[in-house]
Write a protein that binds this ligand. Structure first.
Ligand SMILES: C[S@@+](CC[C@H](N)C(=O)[O-])C[C@H]1O[C@@H](n2cnc3c(N)ncnc32)[C@H](O)[C@@H]1O
Length: 511
């Protein structure tokens, strides 16, 4: 940080003695009839802020290094009119030029005796300057006699509109800290790219009507966003700024289209960074490794995963039909449930396996890589039969949970439950007469006004039967302005699971 003290000596009345004009060749500075033209790197369309900044720097460097800022009307008006935002002329920048963000500003500063800093911080902390890379309580420069005895408090100019007013309003604080009025001065501070947040930079660069970029999400070191078409020309600046400013970001991507491939992953374009898609993220205290370009992962589902997992108890049987990389399966197995987890995407299957190992899951689990309907008709069926038989033998009630989180189409897989056990004869079924029915958690999207009613209708259509009185429909989240996600929880009836005519009836239904 460069803090230049502009005035400890009352010497010159800048506004009376010196004037400046912008001429064809640069700034013309004149004093008492003498004039001197200084060629400076400044465009004619530079805004007032840039002119002011250059003016201060010229006066300081070329004319007299020390002057009393407070006594100058011109400086006072420059102070009152300045903003801490990046320079105006960065607007419209399509290739990031960090040098264009340099800007000189005037910051009110206060020298506080070392022994009073604690009290002064307590009383003035709300007014201190808060910008990245700037210490609001700075050292007084080494060549200053007060270097060892004082600290320099820098304030936010937006909070001190006038020095006179500040002196008046804070007189009691200054007195209680033995600070005299002359200790309040304006300091010249050079702000640069690193001193602004990504919000500040992008608001300054993008056309005014867009007010920066909308939100972004991050998964491990990958930061992903949906850039609107209107600001697509700025995509590389946006990527670079986010990469520079968000400490965890190493790859910034733009999602090219809505998620609609079978495996629910996105097409994406790397905007900035090393393009590494394999990342590590955390959810509910567990670690997940994944290749973001190949598998589904949504950091907004953490609460839903947690909610379902909280319903599970050790020794429960969990059958996850669309398991992804394991956000239900891994915590369920950690909770000592017996887990059978499946995903059709071979990459999800790979990361699911990695994540079970990564989280040191020791419990009882098996993983599968097949179509969800096939998983229901084979694994779900066989495992239910196996555990029901055990239930009978050890006279213990088990709990079964079948999780179906593929909201765009999970309801369409419900037909697989009809007549699932129709091939078992009545004698075998009789043995399971007291079995515990599985609870199905089927997720669904809806755009209907009455979302609850709509998802129940969707489920019943594919199930080919009513859900029963005990079903529960729970709102999960809004995924788009007119699209909601729900979870339908129900137990398929014994009749539905065992009725041999059910599967035939369904085959005749137009779905
Ligand atoms: C919305 S994601 C949910 C993943 C995970 N349960 C979660 O909560 O993050 C749906 C998953 O279903 C998988 N999938 C898509 N079609 C499938 C199918 N026909 N059979 C099995 N899995 C499928 C996708 O690969 C994806 O991992």
């Amino acid at each position: 940080m460069q803090v230049q003290n502009l005035g400890s000596e009352v010497g010159y009345e800048l506004s009376r003695k010196w004037g400046y004009e912008l001429s064809q060749t640069g700034y013309e500075l004149s004093c008492s009839g003498q004039s001197r033209v200084l060629q400076v790197d400044c465009k004619h369309n530079d805004g007032q802020e840039a002119r002011n900044a250059i003016f201060i720097s010229l006066v300081k460097k070329l004319l007299f290094p020390l002057f009393s800022v407070i006594n100058s009307n011109r400086i006072r008006s420059m102070y009152a009119n300045q903003t801490l935002k990046p320079p105006e002329d960065v607007r419209g920048m399509k290739i990031l030029d960090v040098n264009a963000f340099r800007k000189l500003v005037l910051i009110p500063g206060l020298r506080v005796p070392n022994q009073q800093t604690g009290i002064a911080v307590g009383k003035l902390k709300n007014m201190l300057l808060k910008m990245p890379g700037i210490k609001a309580i700075a050292e007084v420069s080494e060549d200053d006699p007060e270097h060892h005895t004082h600290k320099l408090f820098l304030f936010d100019p937006e909070k001190i509109k006038s020095i006179e007013l500040f002196l008046k309003e804070r007189e009691d604080v200054l007195n209680s800290c033995s600070i005299n009025k002359e200790s309040v001065q304006l300091y010249e501070l050079e702000l640069e790219y690193k001193n602004w947040t990504h919000h500040d930079v992008l608001r300054a660069v993008l056309p005014k009507q867009y007010d920066g970029v909308a939100g972004f999400s991050s998964v491990g070191h990958i930061l992903h966003l949906n850039i609107r078409n209107e600001i697509m020309d700025y995509k590389h600046v946006i990527g670079k700024v986010l990469l520079d400013k968000i400490p965890t970001a190493r790859t910034v991507v733009n999602k090219l289209d809505v998620i609609d491939s079978t495996f629910r992953n996105f097409e994406m374009e790397v905007l900035a960074g090393d393009g590494d898609f394999v990342t590590l993220t955390k959810e509910n205290g567990l670690s997940y490794k994944l290749d973001f370009s190949k598998v589904y992962w949504n950091p907004r589902l953490g609460t839903e995963h947690q909610r379902v997992v909280s319903l599970l108890q050790p020794q429960d049987i969990v059958l996850d039909v669309f398991a992804g990389i394991g956000p239900f399966a891994v915590p369920a197995a950690k909770k000592k449930c017996t887990v059978y987890a499946n995903d059709l995407n071979p990459h999800s299957y790979h990361w699911l396996e990695e994540n079970l190992t990564l989280n040191k899951v020791k419990g009882d689990y098996r993983i599968y890589n097949m179509d969800g309907r096939e998983f229901i008709r084979t694994v779900v069926k066989d495992k239910l039969v196996y555990h029901w038989s055990q239930e009978v033998q050890c006279d213990r009630m088990m709990r079964y949970h079948i999780i179906m989180n593929l909201p765009a189409m999970a309801v369409q897989f419900l037909d697989a439950f009809r007549g699932l056990f129709a091939n078992y004869n009545s004698e075998q079924r009789e043995k399971w007469s007291s079995y515990s029915e599985p609870e199905i958690y089927c997720y669904a999207f809806t755009k209907a006004e009455d979302g609850e009613k709509d998802v129940v209708e969707q489920a019943e259509k594919y199930l080919g039967a009513p859900l029963g009185n005990e079903h529960v429909v729970r709102f999960v989240r809004q995924v788009a302005p007119n699209k909601d996600m729900f979870c339908i929880m129900f137990r398929p009836s014994r009749e539905l699971l065992f009725d041999s005519t059910s599967s035939q009836q369904l085959a005749g239904m137009t779905l």
